[in-house]
Structures are given as C-alpha cells and as structure tokens.
Design a protein around this ligand. Structure first.
Ligand code: PGA
Length: 256
C-alpha cells in the first residue's frame, strides 16, 4: 500500500521566527497521525530552524527547490549537498517556478537527477495551464512533463520520487480541479505514463499527490480517489487548524 503523503508548501511566507513558532505549534497537533507522511516546506532561510524544531517529531522537512550543480558561480542558488541532512524532500518544477522563473522541463530533469544523487526525495510538480486545458492539450503537456522530468531516472530511483499534479489554473486561485479531473489526470494520464516508462508494478508504488486550492472542505473528495495518494498544499498549509484538518482527513479517508 502507498503511504498517504501530505506536504505543505509555505512558498515565500513566514520569517525564520514565524516558521519556528508555527512548527512548534504544529508538531503536537500532527503527532497522532503517524500513518500519513507529513512534510512542511518552509523558505530556505527557515529550513534549519524548522528542522531543529521538528527533529524527533516524525514530521519531515522539504525545500522548495534545488540547483543541479554541486557548487560554483551560481549566485542565489542552493546546491543539493547544502540540503543534505537538513531536509528529506525537495519540491521541483513547481508551477510558480515554471511560470515566474522560466523553469523548463530540462532543468526539472537536471534538478531531479541531482536531488536523487544526493539522497534527496523529489516532489516533482506537473500540470497544464488554463489555455492548454481549453485547447485539449492536457494529456500531451502532462505526459511530456512527466517523461522529461524522469529522463534517465532508474526504476530504483522511482522509489524516492513523488509526483504532484498541480493544474496551473488551480494554484492559489481558490479554483480547485474537480475530483473527476484529478482522477482523470492522475489515474488516467500520470500513472499510465509511469507504467509505460517503468512497468505497472513500479507505477503502482509511486505516490501521486493532487495540488491546487486543497482545503479541509474538498480534501476528502480527493483522498477518496484510489490513485490520489496525498496533497501538495499551499494556502491551507499556512494555517494551523486547516493543515491539521487536512492530515486528519487524509488519515480517516485512507484508513491509516
Ligand atoms: P494552493 O497552492 O494550495 O495555495 O493552491 C498549492 C501549491 O502551490 O502547492
């Protein structure tokens, strides 16, 4: 069985002090839900403080991006080995990075491979834009994103990889994809693409999250879908009550 996995993407929110305070309050609230893998992804500068607060709590920490080079003249970037020992996960290819920082499928692939080489677990985000959905390009776009991201990643490497389906039109907009759409893309496009690449047995073990305006009110609908293994959460991850409820609903719906 695939363990449910919920990650909170804090984006560019919370100072170091705010992050540590939030993590301190969050930890006891989430303590009981050990059947769900629980992750928070604060901004880079707060990673050390949050990792310190959450050590021995079972709640894991993720970064929001990683560069592919080991070191060098790459001003503003963070290398994989800088995250080693600090975080377990790293979000790669988030739609805001794709949209605002001209992220490409090729770079997503380089980051993914570099993360895996350094023992970091990538959460690779894929998803179509509004215009692409309207033009019926969802299948082509998402398939290409998944294939490009995983180019050169072995079947063994896939044990460390999480995919997040985040339709761009549903990120931070309050507009969520219906459970039907999430199911069509995750169960009908992403998992079959993984099966084509690695075989059905491997594809069945890869965890796939839904992301995009996930909140306590719609969480159960997504978690009820057998192919959806969790959520990548933005706005609702910044609120103690909401994030706690999301984890609770995941645990209940998945029966863990
Ligand atoms: P949202 O963000 O939940 O605020 O839509 C999701 C994400 O960007 O990961």
């Amino acid at each position: 069985m695939r363990q449910p996995i919920i990650a909170g993407n804090w984006k560019m929110n919370k100072t170091i002090l705010e992050s540590a305070a939030f993590a301190t309050e969050l930890a006891p609230r989430l303590a009981a839900f050990t059947g769900v893998e629980r992750i928070v992804c604060p901004p880079f500068v707060a990673l050390a403080a949050v990792a310190d607060v959450l050590k021995d709590t079972g709640i894991k920490v993720g970064a929001q991006n990683v560069h592919w080079e080991k070191n060098g003249a790459y001003t503003s970037e963070i290398a994989p080995n800088m995250l080693q020992g600090l975080v377990e996960y790293v979000i790669i290819g988030h739609s805001e990075v794709r949209a605002n920082l001209a992220e490409t499928n090729e770079r997503v692939n380089k980051r993914t491979k570099a993360a895996l080489e350094s023992g970091l677990k990538p959460i690779i985000a894929v998803g179509e834009s509004d215009a692409q959905r309207s033009a019926s390009e969802t299948e082509a776009v998402v398939t290409a994103q998944v294939r490009a991201a995983l180019d050169g990643v072995t079947a063994a490497g896939m044990a460390q990889v999480v995919i997040a389906y985040e339709p761009i039109w549903a990120i931070g907009t309050g507009k969520s994809a219906s459970a039907q759409i999430a199911n069509e893309v995750i169960g009908g496009i992403i998992r079959p693409t993984l099966a084509a690449l690695y075989g059905g047995a491997v594809a069945d073990t890869v965890r796939i999250q839904y992301g995009g305006s996930v909140k306590p009110e719609n969480m159960a609908e997504y978690m009820a879908l057998p192919d959806v293994d969790g959520a990548l959460v933005g706005g609702a991850a910044l609120k103690l009550d909401d994030f706690t409820q999301l984890i609770e609903i995941a645990a209940q719906t998945k029966g863990v």
